[in-house]
Ligand binder design. Sequence first.
Ligand code: GLV
Length: 351
Amino acid sequence: MFCKSLSVVSSLVRHSVVISTARNMSNGRPLVYVTRSDMPQGGLDLLRKVCDVRIWAKPSQVPRNELLKGVVGASGIFCALTEKIDKELLDAAGPQLKVVGTISVGHDHIDLAECRKRNIRIGYTPDVLTDATAELTLALLLATSRRIPEAIHEARTGGWAASGAWAPVWLTGPGLANSTVGIVGFGRIGQAVARRVKAFGTAQILYTSRADNRRAKETGAIRADFDDILKKSDFIICCTALVPETKEMFNKAAFEKMKRTAVFVNTSRGGTVDQNALIGALQNNTIWGAGLDVTTPEPLPLDSPLFKLKNCVVLPHIGSATIETRNVMSELTARNILAALAGSEMPAEIK
Ligand code: GLV
């Protein structure tokens, strides 16, 4: 039975080398713990062909104490960015744990060093979510600059119907055409955002990167340092991963360098922003507005001042949330886990 399982793993991951995996159950099939019952089906179906799958029963975030119980004895964990994968959790799972697959490209919720120490491999989902996240970035930018949530509210609640409300300057905001857009973090998503903003007739696209990016030529984007981007850009878009060097890089000093007319957009991680400094900058009109798909913490508490500000649009972390993308992410997460369990090369491994 176990051999049959492994041969299915092999064909699934299209690799012939099968080494070994932990036998968790009496039937010899490896056990994979999945942290949500509403993970897109494609990945779960792939896992079930080969593994015993234990799933948190509710379509909601698994409470930490249940998570710690659920992972006991698992060879693989299929998680989302809502689960902290740290020493405590790895200890709870046990020494047979071989792989953690996250259905996300970001991996700041996983203690990589601790996993490496234990030879636990880590799978993630780069590339497949680039287009969806870039699309959402543009949607959020335009929702903020063109004041779409405010406009919908006015239309629905009678503001528009009120006599004399409509006026040439009513609900106006800065246009993207002829503007300078600064992209902080020019990886896959930053580049995809650049291609899209270019289509809006921007005057200039600036980006930060350690070196000139050869793909920047496609959009005519120019490398600039962070300070230059802050000073020159009409729209500043944060697409950088959260790592120690980028933590709270958008702080009070950064917002003060921006134009008073600037729109700040963040679709990376809330941790790249000093949120209190951003709240101050929006309250004092140091900048024009902000669109945030990511905050600290998540979910953002209802009493957050960000929800009270008209010049701020907050979304509940939906960057990659297209139906197709989430399905592909689920399948890739499963293929990562299956490959690691088979001792094969993973389609997308964090090394
Ligand atoms: C979303 O934020 C992701 O990391 O996939």
